[in-house]
Ligand binder design. Structure first.
Ligand SMILES: [Zn+2]
Length: 341
C-alpha cells in the first residue's frame, strides 16, 4: 500500500511531513527500473541504481525549514524518480532535513540546525532538542551512505539553502575550509552551471552540514545559496531552471560534460572576519535590508556591542549573512574580501 502510494504520487515529502508515522520503520523496495529505494526515516530517502555507480551524491535541503525553493526542487526530483520519470545512474541520498520547522514556516524550531554538525549536537551547553537529535541522525545517515559506497566513488554533497535577505550576487556557494587541500575547479564549473557565480572560500572549521561531509568523508561539499527566502508556492521557479537542469543531469547521466571553469566570470571571496555576538546589545550599523555582498571602505563601523566595535579591515570588504537576532555566542556576521583561486 505505502509503496503504491509513493510510486503513484511520488509524494515522499508530503507523506514525510503529514504522515511521518508511515516511516517509523525503515522501508526498502525496488522500482520497475531496478533502482532500489531505502527510506530510513521521514525526510530521508536513498536511491541505488542496479548498475555500478561512479558517484555517491547527497543533496540536502530544508536544513532551514523556511527556505522553500530548494525543498520544492528536491521534492520534484524525488517525485520524478519515484514515478520513473527520472532514473538515477548514481547512488543518491536526498535529505529533507528539518520537517518540523517547515510546518511552522520558520528557520528552525529550537536551534539553528546548521550549527550542530561535527559533534556540536552533543555539546553540553544546550538542551537535547529536536534539532540536536536530527543533526546526530543526519551525521549517521551521511556516514553510512558514504562508507557503504565504493571506495573509488566520487563523493558529493550539495546542501541547498536560500538566504534571509536579498543578495547582490543572487546565487552563491560557501566552500568549506579544506585544511590545505586544493579547491576543485571542476566543482566550481558544476556550480557555475547551476547559476552560481559567487564563491566564498571558508578559512576555518565550522559546524555546518557541508563542512561535516567535506572534513569527515573527503566529499566535495558546498552550502549553496539559491536566492531569497519565499513561502511555499511563492517561488518564481523560472529562477531555478539552471540548478534543476544541472542537478537532473548530474543524477541521470553516467558522465557530466561541463564547460571548463572560467574564474573571470565569477566573484571569488575569502572569509575575512567571523563576527560572533557576545552581548545582548549587539547591533549592526547598516540598514536591515542591506543586500549580501554590499561592500564598505576600510575602517567603516559594521557592528558594535558593549566592549567591542567591528570595522572593515580592508577596502571593499563586504558583508554576508548578517543577523543581529542570533543567540549569544552565535555568528552574527561574516565579512569577505575578494581573492583568487
Ligand atoms: Zn539556510
Amino acid at each position: 500500500m505505502l509503496v503504491e502510494r509513493l510510486t503513484l504520487s511520488g509524494q515522499f515529502l508530503a507523506l514525510s511531513r503529514f504522515e511521518p508515522q508511515l516511516f517509523n520503520q525503515p522501508i526498502e523496495f525496488v522500482l520497475a527500473n531496478g533502482v532500489t529505494v531505502n527510506i530510513s526515516s521521514p525526510g530521508i530517502i536513498q536511491f541505488t541504481p542496479a548498475s555500478t555507480s561512479l558517484k555517491d551524491i547527497v543533496i540536502s535541503c530544508g536544513v532551514h525549514g523556511n527556505e522553500t525553493a530548494p525543498i520544492e526542487i528536491c521534492d520534484d526530483l524525488v517525485s520524478q524518480i519515484l514515478r520513473l520519470e527520472l532514473t538515477p545512474q548514481h547512488r543518491l541520498l536526498v535529505i529533507f532535513a528539518n520537517l518540523p520547522s517547515m510546518a511552522i514556516e520558520k528557520r528552525f524550531v529550537e536551534e539553528n540546525l546548521n550549527r550542530l554538525f561535527s559533534g556540536a549536537h552533543s555539546s553540553t551547553d544546550g538542551e537535547h532538542n529536536f534539532e540536536r537529535q536530527r543533526a546526530q541522525e543526519l551525521e549517521q545517515v551521511v556516514a553510512d551512505f558514504f562508507t557503504q559506497g565504493s571506495e573509488t566513488s566520487e563523493r558529493l554533497h550539495y546542501d541547498l539553502h536560500t538566504a534571509i535577505r536579498a543578495s547582490k550576487n543572487d546565487k552563491f556557494a560557501v566552500y568549506p575550509f579544506l585544511h590545505g587541500k586544493q579547491h576543485s575547479l571542476e566543482q566550481l564549473a558544476f556550480l557555475y552551471a547551476c547559476g552560481v557565480n559567487t564563491f566564498l572560500l571558508s578559512e576555518s572549521p565550522t559546524t555546518t552540514f557541508s563542512y561535516y561531509s567535506s572534513r569527515q568523508f573527503g566529499a566535495h561539499a558546498f552550502t549553496v545559496e539559491l536566492g531569497k527566502v519565499q513561502r511555499f508556492g511563492e517561488n518564481d521557479m523560472s529562477k531555478f531552471v539552471a540548478v534543476r537542469e544541472t542537478l537532473t543531469a548530474l543524477i541521470a547521466n553516467k558522465e557530466l560534460k561541463l564547460p571548463e571553469f572560467s574564474p573571470e566570470k565569477c566573484f571569488i571571496y575569502r572569509v575575512n572576519q567571523v563576527i560572533n555576538k557576545h552581548q545582548a546589545d549587539f547591533k549592526l550599523h547598516f540598514d536591515s535590508d542591506t543586500p549580501n555582498f554590499t561592500d564598505f571602505e576600510k575602517g567603516h563601523l559594521l557592528a558594535s556591542e558593549t566592549g567591542a566595535q567591528y570595522r572593515c579591515e580592508f577596502d571593499n570588504e563586504a558583508i554576508v549573512f548578517p543577523n543581529e537576532n542570533v543567540a549569544i555566542g552565535q555568528r552574527a556576521l561574516l565579512t569577505v574580501v575578494a581573492t583568487k583561486i
